[in-house]
Ligand binder design. Structure first.
Ligand code: SER
Length: 853
């Protein structure tokens, strides 16, 4: 059975059992479900039905749901089993049938629809825990269907109790396993673990809801949620060693083999790259077709990561970065029937992935340069800090650092790198913990409460003489610190936090983060020397160049917002933004793509406002006055009665808390680098300003020039190929037969085809060779509006009194030109190619005229 047939057989079976076939929901979960970044199971889009909050269209449903799990991303490629994206087949009952039917359906599908050998099927059931009894009911049902008791095992909470997340619907489950035989490991059933017993289906008896404190309460109804991974099912039914050998994945692997000339199965490292390309290629196509756009946060970051990893693995196979775009083809072909959105958005998906691949290629170039510097100054070993910084700040993969270091005869402190990665994971885990305040944020709140709110002076100043009002060391070389007056901007309204320095009489520190707590802020600093105790007088200094670039980008977003509304209509609403020193990103509501010529117009309008060098200023005013004056911004957000309005000239007024340049001219050149969709009805523009814009244009120019040079080279090759083809095409033997013999002379006059003089000479040479010592050859050709004539005489013909020079002098004027040469060889060019026959007739007359003895 092919993957498509398996999917269809499953859904058709359940449709026959009264289930409604529901299409897969998007990989992007509904807005009211913040518990996951991406859809992780078939039950996820149905959660509100399980909870009793909504009524399902039918109590019995079945689906093949697009799923994505991020927990094992790094494992993909290293094993033959891990996938990020997968399809989950499932059947669901909302308060309709329960254990009996669910188990019976599971058995029938396994043994009748899929034809698995009942002797090889093993079952696990829940053994029980505090408050939930062991599942004897399920066990007895399996026995009733004919499964021997010794192939049914009881397992605990980790294996046989399923929950959609820390909170929400959950319940005991029973799982179906296939025994793959003794060559895969020891006997003993799923309880012994290992590769021999492969789980292929999970039937969940969803009957509890778990609260944040861990307590279970019964759901309004008893439900069924089952999930079978389609890829694994295909591997089983097609009897292949791994999912990568199933019919679904083979075209993807074949594509990468073909593009790279490598073979799956020939080399372990290549195999890993091919598996990553197959998995990530499919995953990125599905993610992008559900509107995910590569970015730095959340699911956007997931997509960025997999595109980037695909690009570096493609690089390992010798493929250029944008080659990964080619992977979308076999995905659309293979899955487009089952998931039509793949076809609908194929072009857009290619754009999104191509843009990210290119951007990453630039990152790699920059990373390689930095890596070069790091290698140059490293002695013996590249430090873990350097490797981590390359990875963390520049997205430069450790693999590449390792390779380059090895080439330079250096080691890499991989342990140090791993330690820093671990710390970062800790930090993000702490920062991302959903339940309760994390340790760090609690400490930040405590530090904030120690003194009066910091006064933000960074709208006007980037340096401030001030005082430390609170401080707590965190023990990892960093500290939380509060200032009386702070020039440091805390991330907000899309603008990133400032970085900078704090220096006092007893010590100095680097500011690594600025945390916003309402109107107050706390800094995270890395102590460089000494200490900065509470009460010390310090100078706080924002990293100036970084801030200047950031605020140029921020003012540019306001001007862009104005230009968008002017061109696309006043209905355009800002839907999010990123404003950093590196670039700006602006999301806005708009249906359909923005036409390329409109983008050019928008870019031109922004640059026009920059040229005018209009003043940029701000004032604090009351909300009503701002609204009356026509200021735009997120009025519905929780702004106080007093609001800050930033204006640029008289054309833009926006509610905004960010920092800005003081004249539009400071923005410098503005260039739009990307335009894409971020989901239904919303678009995203990315742009650069100042030197970054110039560098980007230069890069593009260089790439274009390279491209032009490559094409020129190719044209030259083709021209000479063509010339060769023409020369050999001329039928020299046939022409030679037309020669007229007079005494010792063999005269031949003819018009032939030749592209230029060289070609004509080559033909004359070959004729001379054929005609022998008495050869007297005159050839004419018309090429590019000109007449070309060549006369070429062998020594015997010259000895007989003929002269090539004399012939040419005579006939050149006929074609409106001139020329000359020696006795043996002469040539001419003229501007009247249509008179060639006359000129050649004249030449023939000279060569064949009776000559005196
Ligand atoms: N929700 C369960 C799982 O993901 C069954 O579909 O395994």
């Amino acid at each position: 059975m092919t993957t498509n047939e398996i999917r269809e057989a499953f859904l058709a079976y359940f449709a026959r059992q009264g289930h409604l076939r529901i299409p897969s929901a998007s990989l992007v979960p509904f807005e009211d479900d913040p518990s996951v970044l991406l859809t992780i199971a078939g039950m996820q889009p149905l959660k509100s039905y399980f909870m009793g909050a909504d009524t399902p269209p039918r109590p019995r449903m079945t689906s093949s749901q697009k799923c994505f799990r991020t927990n094992d991303i790094d494992q993909v490629g290293h094993t033959a089993r891990h996938l990020t994206f997968f399809e989950m087949l499932g059947n669901f009952s909302i308060g309709d049938y329960f254990k009996d039917d669910a188990i019976r359906f599971g058995w029938e599908v396994s043994t009748e629809v899929f034809g698995l050998d009942p002797e090889r099927i093993w079952i696990t059931v829940f053994e029980g825990m505090d408050g939930v009894p062991g599942d004897d009911e399920a066990l007895e049902k399996w026995v009733e269907l004919g499964v021997p008791r010794d192939r049914i095992q009881r397992l605990g909470e980790a294996d046989n109790f399923w929950k959609a997340g820390p909170t929400g619907p959950c319940g005991p489950n029973t799982e179906l396993y296939l025994d793959r035989g003794p060559s895969f490991g020891p006997e003993g059933g799923p309880a012994v673990g290992g590769d021999r017993y492969l789980e292929y289906w999970n039937l969940v008896f969803m009957q509890y809801e778990r609260a944040a404190d861990g307590t279970l309460s019964p759901l309004p109804a008893k439900n069924i949620d089952t999930g079978a991974g389609l890829e694994r099912m295909a591997a089983i039914l097609q009897d292949v060693p791994s999912v990568f050998e199933t019919d679904g994945f083979r075209p993807l692997i074949a594509w990468a083999e073909q593009a790279s000339g490598r073979r799956y199965g020939a080399d372990g490292r290549d195999d890993r790259a091919l598996r990553v390309l197959a998995d990530h290629g499919r995953a990125m196509t599905f993610l992008a077709s559900d509107g995910v756009v590569p970015g730095n946060e959340g699911r956007d970051y997931v997509l960025r990561r997999i595109v980037r990893r695909a690009v570096s693995e493609a690089g390992h196979l010798g493929l250029p970065p944008d080659a990964v775009v080619g992977l979308t083809g076999p995905v659309v072909d293979g899955w487009g029937d089952a998931y039509p959105e793949l076809r609908d958005r194929a072009a857009e998906v290619r754009d999104v992935i191509g843009a990210e691949a290119e951007q990453f290629a630039r990152t790699l170039t920059q990373g390689r340069r930095l890596l070069g510097e790091v290698i140059a100054r490293s002695e013996g070993t590249v430090s873990g800090e350097d490797a981590f910084r390359l990875h963390d700040t520049f997205g430069f993969p450790l693999d590449l650092t390792l390779e380059a270091a090895q080439d330079a005869g250096l080691g890499v402190d991989a342990e140090g790198f791993e330690r820093l990665m671990g710390e970062q994971r800790e930090r993000s885990r702490a920062g991302g913990a959903a339940d309760g305040a994390s340790d760090l944020s609690e400490r930040v709140a405590l530090v904030a409460r120690e003194s009066a709110p910091a006064e933000f002076v960074g709208w006007d100043d980037t340096v401030a003489d001030t005082r430390v009002t609170a401080m707590e060391e965190l023990g990892d070389g960093t500290a939380l610190l509060k200032l009386e007056r702070s020039p440091f901007y805390a991330e907000g309204g899309g603008q990133v936090s400032d970085t900078g320095r704090i220096d006092g009489p007893d010590g100095g520190a680097v500011v690594v983060d600025v945390m916003r707590l309402g109107a107050d802020q706390v800094l995270r600093v890395r102590l460089e020397q000494g200490h900065l105790p509470v009460g010390s007088e310090v100078t706080a200094r924002v990293d100036g160049p970084r801030r200047r670039q950031t605020q140029a980008n921020h003012t540019a977003t306001h001007v862009l917002n104005w230009a968008l509304r002017e061109t696309l209509g006043q209905g355009v609403r800002q839907a999010g933004s990123y404003v950093g020193p590196d670039k700006l990103r602006f999301d806005f509501t708009h249906r359909g793509r923005v036409a390329p010529e409109t983008l050019v117009e928008i870019e031109r309008m922004v640059n026009g406002r920059v040229d005018e060098d209009q003043p940029v200023g701000w004032e604090i005013t009351d909300r009503q006055a701002a609204a009356d004056a026509g200021a735009i911004g997120l009025f519905e957000e929780k702004y106080g009665e007093r609001v800050r309005v930033v204006s640029a000239g008289d054309f833009s007024q926006e509610l905004c808390g960010g920092t800005h340049v003081s004249r539009t001219g400071e923005i410098g050149p503005f260039v739009i680098t990307a335009e894409a969709s971020t989901g239904a009805g919303s678009r995203r523009i990315e742009a650069l300003t100042g030197t970054a814009a110039v560098a980007w244009l230069r890069d593009r120019e260089r790439a274009l020039l390279d491209e032009v040079a490559a094409r020129d080279e190719r044209i030259r090759e083709l021209q000479s190929e063509l010339k060769r083809a023409k020369t050999t095409r001329t039928d020299v033997g046939g022409l030679a037969e037309q020669a007229v013999t007079i005494g010792d002379v063999r005269a031949l006059v003819a018009q032939v085809e030749a592209g230029d003089m060289d070609e004509l000479l080559a033909i004359a040479d070959r004729l001379k060779g054929t005609l022998g010592d008495g050869a007297a050859v005159v050839l004419g050709a018309a090429s590019e509006g000109k007449a070309l004539i060549v006369a070429s005489l062998a020594p015997g013909a010259v000895a007989a009194g003929l002269s090539a020079g004399a012939v040419i002098r005579e006939v050149a004027p006929v074609v409106g030109g001139g020329g000359g040469g020696k006795d043996a060889m002469a040539r001419a060019g003229g501007k009247d190619p249509e008179r060639l026959p006359d000129a050649l007739a004249a030449a023939r007359a000279i060569l064949t005229a009776p000559r005196g003895a």
